[in-house]
Design a protein around this ligand. Structure first.
Ligand SMILES: [Zn+2]
Ligand SMILES: [Zn+2]
Length: 272
């Protein structure tokens, strides 16, 4: 599916959102109602995918058919007459044995796929969630990563590169997510030269792979940060990467949160 073409010139859309089957805070129908009320043209559900390690945030494999049936029901409901709904997943990448490219996800009848890295392996090969509260991250840095922040950041971006190379997805989710917790652990880390070099490498890889990048607005209100960070938007646009602006909503009141600002900046960068 050509997502960019589907969206046309609409500004009222969201392609990254969560559900009761993962860590979303409301039922899918409540998100559908909110999307219709807000005058959205397009709305994609993207629960955290089933995963091969222990996780409270991810969907159970046994819920996948129920989830897909619920998207179908919503597509055919009265909301579906107003809004175009999509079945997607935010698929975790955990190495070549688990990620968007594996047959399990490729064979799933999804309208499009989001690939995201939320887990980074430590030196013993254990996958550790690097997302979530900064206080947890700081504890994990000590417990699992011997307080080696550069190792974690470099390993995170290594995972991002591997995921892009493996392919099988349309949109890369919040590609610099580690910048947030990383800079909580070591202030200013995400402004250092080596870090910016890592970002430039990822942007070049995304461009050559021909995938879409998102600007993720979920953390703007609470942490005053977009993903990717606003400093990188011009580079992303200049690299010719198609960009969508997603709220990564976990609650129906947040489906359109903080989207206007990046949409306006993108217009400026594109010379519109
Ligand atoms: Zn995510
Ligand atoms: Zn998400």
């Amino acid at each position: 599916m050509d997502i960019i073409k589907e969206l046309g010139d609409s500004r009222l859309y969201n392609l990254h959102s969560h559900t009761q089957y993962c860590d979303g805070k409301a039922r899918m129908e409540e998100f559908a109602e909110a999307a219709a009320k807000a005058g959205f043209t397009h709305y994609g559900y993207s629960p955290h995918s089933p995963i091969c390690v222990e996780s409270d945030c991810n969907m159970a494999e046994s819920d996948v058919p129920v989830y897909l049936a619920e998207v179908d029901r919503i597509k055919r409901s009265a909301y579906g007459e107003k809004v175009k709904f999509y079945a997607s997943m935010e698929i975790d990448y955990l190495g070549n044995h688990w990620g968007p490219a594996i047959p399990y996800f490729q064979d799933m009848p999804l309208d499009y796929r989001i690939g995201s890295v939320h887990f980074t392996p430590n030196k013993h090969g254990e996958f550790i969630a690097i997302d979530g509260a900064a206080s947890d991250f700081i504890r994990k840095m000590h417990d699992y990563f011997s307080d080696d922040i550069r190792y974690v950041v470099e390993k995170y971006y290594e995972q991002v590169h591997e995921m892009i190379a493996a392919g099988g997805f349309d949109i890369i989710g919040h590609f610099d997510k580690i910048g947030h917790n990383g800079s909580h652990y070591a202030e200013g880390l995400d402004h250092e030269e080596w870090y910016n070099d890592l970002i430039d490498g990822v942007i070049a890889h995304i461009a050559s792979a021909g995938i879409i990048a998102e600007i993720n607005t979920k953390a703007k209100k609470v942490h005053n940060r977009f993903f990717p960070d606003e400093r990188h938007w011009k580079k992303v646009v200049d690299a010719g990467i198609p960009v969508v602006v997603n709220s990564d909503a976990h609650h129906p009141t947040l489906i359109n949160t903080d989207r206007d600002y990046p949409l306006n900046i993108l217009d400026g960068l594109r010379g519109l």
